[in-house]
Design a protein around this ligand. Structure first.
Ligand code: T5A
Length: 215
């Protein structure tokens, strides 16, 4: 009797970075490139990657919502727990490449560095929300907050987080850079000020090299 072949394990790739850094744009482009190479690709986002998450996202981004930082923290974590169980784990179990627009690093950058909530507490909450799942690779699109906010403002009216002052967004960027320094094996920093095609070439090169999925 032959042993059963191991279950397929997909790739979990997250995109992180400031407002307007180009995450959605780059996820669309990478998904197209990978599909053209024959890979099965799924895309998702946090917050809002599930039906329950869409309701949580609406509340979180509503400029009229008066959320204290701990409520905000717990709502992002609740969205993540739902998303991991409902979308991420099944996608990985099916063997596909899952590209996710924001994940646990955003909680560290925004709620710990941005809001000033205790870093250890935020990391512990992430472990609860993810049940220990960690991305295989994270692309950190790094951009001056002023540039990203200007890009986001051109596209739509500012949401609750985008209305925070520049000092908040600078702390968020510092948070992302600190994560990249602390986790070099997982987080790859991609300068995001160049044009979309130039950024895409860098993103694709990183994904091909780190995950060996160029064929
Ligand atoms: N949050 C999230 C937390 O506080 N904690 C958490 O745990 C999580 C998960 C989510 C908010 O929630 C916060 C972070 C956020 O504030 P969101 O709408 O999902 O809200 O916010 P973003 O992820 O920031 O989405 P954006 O759409 O604003 O930014 P993207 O996806 O980075 O940028 P994109 O691709 O939509 O591009 C924005 C504009 O710039 C142009 C695009 O055409 C578009 O118009 N653009 C470029 N222009 C010039 N050069 C380039 N290279 C460009 N790339 C894109």
């Amino acid at each position: 009797m032959t042993a059963a072949s191991p279950a397929p394990r997909g790739w979990f790739i997250t995109f992180e970075g400031a407002e307007g850094a180009g995450k959605s744009t780059q996820i669309d482009m990478l998904a197209r490139s990978l599909r053209a190479r024959g890979h099965v690709v799924q895309t998702s986002r946090e917050p809002g990657g599930t039906a329950a998450g869409i309701k949580i996202r609406t509340l979180l981004l509503d400029p009229q919502a008066r959320l204290v930082p701990r409520s905000e923290l717990l709502l992002y974590a609740a969205d993540r727990a739902q998303h991991v169980d409902e979308i991420v784990r099944p996608a990985l179990a099916s063997g596909c490449v899952l590209l996710c627009d924001r994940h646990a690093d955003s909680l560290v950058a925004y709620q710990a560095y941005g809001r000033g909530i205790d870093l250890q507490l935020v990391e512990d909450l992430n472990r609860i929300a993810t049940a220990g799942l960690v991305p295989d690779l994270t692309l950190l699109l790094d951009l001056e907050p002023e540039v990203g906010l200007a890009r986001a403002a051109q596209r739509s009216t500012a949401d609750r987080l985008e209305r925070e002052d520049l000092a908040f967004h600078r702390r968020v960027r510092e948070g992302f850079l600190a994560i990249a320094r602390a986790r070099p094996e997982r987080v790859h920093l991609v300068p995001a000020a160049a044009g979309v095609e130039a950024v895409h070439r860098q993103v694709l090169a990183v994904v091909e090299k780190r995950l060996d999925i160029s064929s």
